[in-house]
Design a protein around this ligand. Structure first.
Ligand code: PLP
Length: 496
């Protein structure tokens, strides 16, 4: 299928982004590699003064026959050895490694060619892009990508839309820049498109309209919900109708699982006959629906390889990517060279197939963790409609939503205020030796100036609160033990 080019979205750029010039020094840095040029132009230290001569790291070898989570033995049959040398032997991009003389030098703000080419090919395989001039850029992960996004698109006083409960760092990063974070209600299947459309159709005409929707479509943090493909298409249509951009923050994209099956005898983990089958099983991304270039996708290696890699990437139109590159030239310059050498060297040896094998292996692990968590919730939570658990189909989080109005002392002790019940439950959990996190910590509740009509901020279920727990962080026995404590504490609190 032939696809068209992205549209020009420069009208959304902030004054800061429009004012930022490309650093002239960065425009000639590639000549540093040119043997015909005597490069006297920049403050680049000679690579022989980098103390590191070579770098060896071992990881397991695809196809990870015994699953992931087994350290390599060092033998060739199960060990992938990355040996990165100091010096370039061929032109940048012709080898599979980022040599240390280049990785540890200035330059390549967009990312090292060997990392970018892997990530580009991966993006093409997974997302079936619908316009031709897209590109990728290496980031320090999605936290940094979001901070850059705010700087590129938003001014003080602008409003962005987010899920009603969302990753608190993302809210605080926006608020710190004077940006209003306006909530959109969500349910077990993510943002409710009808509510989003209602809010925008009834937007107070005296207030600037939102430029951007920030969303975590898969394994949403904190609710654990995942947006269905139908809803994504609806939301994309609404973005076109009301002309805003979509930032999909997708660190949990590859932690997708089977639907939870309570009956253990019917439970089976899906296996895939081919990588194409695995890719076909994945939920559609916003970027794969995007025919215009109005979606920016932030991907991260944090949850699939390790948070300390501080490495991720964005996918967007070339116009938008180059605006991020100009910002990075003046802020982070680029993600760590060590990280790019190690991750790039590993992934280029694993190959696209090996990386997909790794992701399939992770899926198996998270399926099991999710099942153990939800089984334990069914076992230990008192059986009553007061409590609701939505078994996640992706990510690391489960939530227990609680109807506070059913608390025996809701009116007398807690003055009919759900937030007071929430605080009391939180304290009770700590007393019981378990930590789960109140949903209120993730609440977006900004408003425009002048404000939106009250109906736009209507709570769908005002007496319900929720707590977020994770099944990712502890071994399975500890997980069951923790959930038992939660069940006992809730039973006591609600006098059941
Ligand atoms: N975005 C969301 C929704 C998250 O839940 C997290 C981590 O908890 C991050 C971003 C941070 O990602 P990174 O490590 O890539 O900065």
């Amino acid at each position: 299928m032939t696809v068209g080019e992205a549209q020009d979205f420069s009208r959304f750029f902030s004054a800061e982004a429009k004012a930022r010039k490309s650093s002239p020094l960065k425009t000639c840095i590639h000549l540093f590699q040119d043997p015909n040029i005597t490069f006297l132009g920049g403050g680049l230290p000679l690579s022989k003064y980098f103390p590191w001569d070579n770098l060896k790291v071992e990881s397991p070898l695809p196809p990870f026959k015994n699953g992931i989570g087994h350290p390599p033995s060092g033998d060739a049959e199960d060990t992938c050895l990355v040996h990165v040398r100091r010096d370039e032997t061929t032109k940048a991009g012709d080898t599979i490694d980022v040599p240390l003389s280049r990785a540890l030098q200035y330059g390549h703000s967009q990312g090292q060619p060997e990392v970018l080419s892997f990530v580009r090919e991966h993006t093409g395989l997974v997302h079936d892009m619908k316009y031709s001039d897209w590109d990728v850029m290496a980031t320090t992960g999605n936290t940094g990508a979001w901070e850059s996004t705010l700087r590129i698109f938003c001014e003080k006083g602008d409003t962005i839309l987010t899920e009603q409960h969302t990753f608190s760092s993302s809210i605080y990063a926006a608020e710190a820049q004077g940006i209003n974070v306006f909530p959109v209600p969500l349910d077990d299947n993510g943002i409710i498109p009808e509510r989003l459309e209602y809010i925008l159709d009834n937007w107070n005409p005296e207030a600037k309209k939102p430029k951007l929707l920030y969303t975590i479509p898969t394994g949403q943090n904190p609710t654990g919900s995942s947006l269905s493909d139908d809803r994504k298409a609806e939301i994309y249509r609404i973005a076109q109708k009301h002309d805003f951009l979509i930032l999909e923050d997708e660190p949990y994209y590859f932690l997708q699982m089977d639907k939870y099956e309570q009956d253990v005898s019917k439970r089976k983990t899906t296996t895939f006959d081919s990588h194409a089958d695995f890719i076909a099983s994945l939920t559609k991304s916003f970027i794969s629906l995007d025919t215009e270039g109005r979606v920016i996708r932030a991907d991260s290696f944090s949850k699939v390889l390790g948070p300390g890699t501080r490495l991720g990437w964005i996918v967007a139109s070339k116009q938008i990517v180059s605006t991020y590159v100009r910002l990075h030239e003046m802020t982070i310059q680029n993600p760590s060279g060590f990280s790019q050498s190690i991750v790039g060297g590993t992934l280029n040896r694993w190959g696209q197939d090996g990386y997909l094998d790794w992701l399939i292996g992770l899926r198996v692990e998270y399926n099991e963790k999710r099942d153990v968590a939800i089984d334990a919730l069914h076992k230990y939570l008192p059986e009553t409609p007061i409590f609701h658990v939505n078994p996640p189909i992706a990510g690391m989080f489960f939530t227990i939503s609680i109807d506070t109005s059913k608390h025996p002392e809701f009116a007398s002790k807690y003055l009919s205020k759900p937030e007071l019940v929430e605080q009391a439950i939180y304290e009770k959990m700590i007393e019981s030796g378990v930590l789960i996190v109140p949903g209120a910590w993730f609440k977006a509740d900004g408003d425009t100036q002048p404000p939106q009509p009250a109906e736009n901020k209507k709570e769908l279920d005002p007496t319900r609160i929720f707590f977020r727990g994770t099944f990712a962080a502890v071994p399975l026995d500890k997980l069951q033990e923790g959930i038992k404590k939660v069940g006992v504490a809730l039973k006591q609190e609600f006098q059941l």
